[in-house]
Design a protein around this ligand. Structure first.
Ligand code: HEM
Length: 528
């Protein structure tokens, strides 16, 4: 019996070794045929790159080192390359790059050669289930087609909720002591602002977290609102995302990061979404065909209501909506947090932007909502947003997995200009944060906040905050419009800002990157 088992194990080992050998031979022939050269091979001290993995995890957990500024970018600088290959857990080789041409190939020109992959589905799926973010192929294409109309201009242009949320935010901010407010952390107000506008957009029902947090909400809605501002809920949302972030960092060992604590956090967040899903399922069924344009015009748009017409599967609805809630709330709030961090630490830019905003939109908040076209064409405002997303891309790292043996246009040979071959199953990781700070692409002042650099600058693949190609962010216009709206309103209201936080900002990093120690400022109310 033992002999038979040993024989079986030997046969299996022989089979897998032979298969790996033949695959490697085939891959090398493929690379030769396509004139590929090897990328720089990074050799870690410990097998499977465990030393690098440990340093990244420690930096993320303790905040003693900055993952980008202290760990990743110095590594690129020391090697003198823009692309390298390294071996991770289970001997899986990963290509890491800050090269726009590689990113463009993987995301757009060779879209069919790459996917988000099964590992991402497993890493993210712990919280986001099966959703547009965690799928490829037919499920992804269908999700994208279903969501696209939601982001059409007429939906984005409906500013009623945004206007109201902006007014409420301003109303509940700490009051002035004389002209200046007391120092306070703006960040939680921004997360509640996007929570409120995202829930209005997704559920047709603003959860009113801002009013609830300020103790100004009474009555019917306060149940959901209480839940949304409940510390345990917001903490659960954060912990759920931390879980996914740790799973991503652990690469192939992601399944080791699992604790009842995380599962409980996810269950709490899912419970919140489930209540909305149940309400949508309990509502009378709407027939697409019987709805007139007039009916539609009178009813507030709600993405969940549209989804229910596609499917009545509560798990499908929960997963898709939760993924969008995360995307809708956290990304835009992180962007706004970075904007006000940068403006507060660069007051000259604050005053310049304010002068332009006052001349374009008037000195005070009028009863009329702002106009979409005018927000979009306010160039200085867009420069500030671009420059913020360049220095602090909210999604600073992304990746794709090759679905077949393929090539990428550069990254190989001693100077990185020759094509490289990529194995089926290999991950290509893009360090967007690093690409956005390359001095050879952005100039010697790449690390500085200079919105003026965008004057006459054409956007290309070196600037990729919203990704690109067929999977480019669906919410891009929505997010920029929301952010622009609130920036205009806050700058109309306050004529000066002062930074009250630490000199060096630690980054927080879950699925998104945000100021890790809050946005501690004070505002000065404009006197008219
Ligand atoms: C500053 C704000 C935002 C940034 C920087 C951002 C960034 C991104 C990035 C980098 C991706 C690509 C992810 C990938 O490759 O897997 C993405 C995808 C996506 N984003 Fe955003 N996003 C923002 C706001 C939003 C908002 C507000 C929504 C919706 C309410 C949204 C919805 C989506 C969706 C649905 C996708 C998936 C597209 C697909 O896979 O086809 N995003 N976003």
């Amino acid at each position: 019996m033992i002999f038979n088992l040993a024989l079986l194990a030997l046969a299996y080992w022989l089979y897998t070794t032979l298969r790996a050998y033949l695959r490697e031979r085939q891959f090398r022939a493929f690379a030769r045929q396509h004139n590929c050269a090897k990328p720089y091979i990074l050799v870690n001290k410990l097998p499977w790159g465990l030393d690098g993995l440990y340093r990244t995890m420690r930096a993320a957990q303790t905040g003693l080192e900055d993952i980008f500024d202290d760990v990743m970018l110095p590594r690129f600088r020391a090697l003198g390359v823009r692309t390298f290959e390294a071996t991770g857990p289970f001997g899986i080789r990963t290509i890491t790059t800050m090269e726009p041409r590689i990113v463009q190939a993987a995301l757009a020109t060779q879209f069919k050669d790459f996917e988000t992959g099964e590992r991402r589905a497993a890493q993210f799926g712990a919280m986001l289930g099966r959703s547009i973010f965690t799928s490829d192929g037919a499920f992804w294409a269908h999700s994208r087609a279903v969501f696209r109309p939601a982001f059409a201009r007429e939906q984005i242009n409906d500013f009623e909720e945004t206007d109201r949320a902006a007014r409420i935010l301003i109303d509940v901010l700490p009051k002035s002591e004389g002209q200046w407010t007391a120092p306070f952390d703006l960040q939680p107000y921004l997360y509640r602002f996007t929570m409120d506008t995202a829930t209005a957009f997704l559920f047709g029902n603003n959860v009113e977290s801002q009013l609830q947090a300020a103790g100004k909400l009474e009555g019917e809605k306060s149940d959901m609102a209480k839940l949304a501002v409940d510390r345990e809920f917001t903490e659960a949302f954060h912990q759920g995302q931390m879980w996914l972030a740790f799973r991503i960092r652990m690469q192939g060992l992601y399944w080791l990061v699992d604790r009842p604590y995380y599962r409980k956090a996810v269950a709490r967040v899912r419970g919140f979404v489930n209540r909305y899903v149940q309400m949508a399922l309990d509502a009378p069924v709407e027939e697409k065909s019987t709805e007139t344009n007039e009916d539609k015009a009178h009813k507030k748009y709600a993405l969940l209501r549209e989804l229910v017409k596609e499917s009545r599967d509560p798990i499908y609805l929960r997963d898709q909506i939760l993924a969008l809630l995360g995307a809708g709330r956290d990304t835009t709030a992180a962007l706004l947090s970075w904007v006000f961090y940068l403006l507060a630490t660069h007051p000259t830019e604050y005053h310049k932007l304010r002068r332009i905003i006052i001349s374009e939109f008037g000195p005070s908040i009028t009863s009329e909502p702002l106009d979409f076209g005018r927000l979009k064409s306010c160039r200085q405002l867009q420069y500030v947003i671009n420059e913020t997303l360049r220095l602090y891309p909210v999604v600073p790292i992304n990746n794709r997995v090759a679905v077949r043996n393929t090539t990428l246009p550069v990254g190989g040979g001693p100077d990185g200009t020759q094509p490289i071959a990529v194995r089926k199953g290999q991950t290509v990781t893009f360090i967007v944060y690093g690409m956005h700070r390359r001095e050879d692409l952005w100039g010697e002042n790449a690390g500085e906040f200079l919105p003026g650099r965008w004057e006459g600058l054409k956007r290309d693949w070196a600037f990729l905050p919203f990704s690109g190609g067929p999977r480019i962010c669906l919410g891009q216009q929505y997010a920029i419009t929301e952010a622009s709206y609130l920036i205009v309103r806050l700058l109309q209201q306050f004529d000066d800002i002062e930074w009250c936080g630490a000199e060096k900002m630690k980054k927080g990093f879950t699925l998104t990157m945000f100021p890790g120690e809050g946005v501690n400022i004070r505002f000065r109310k404009a006197a008219y």
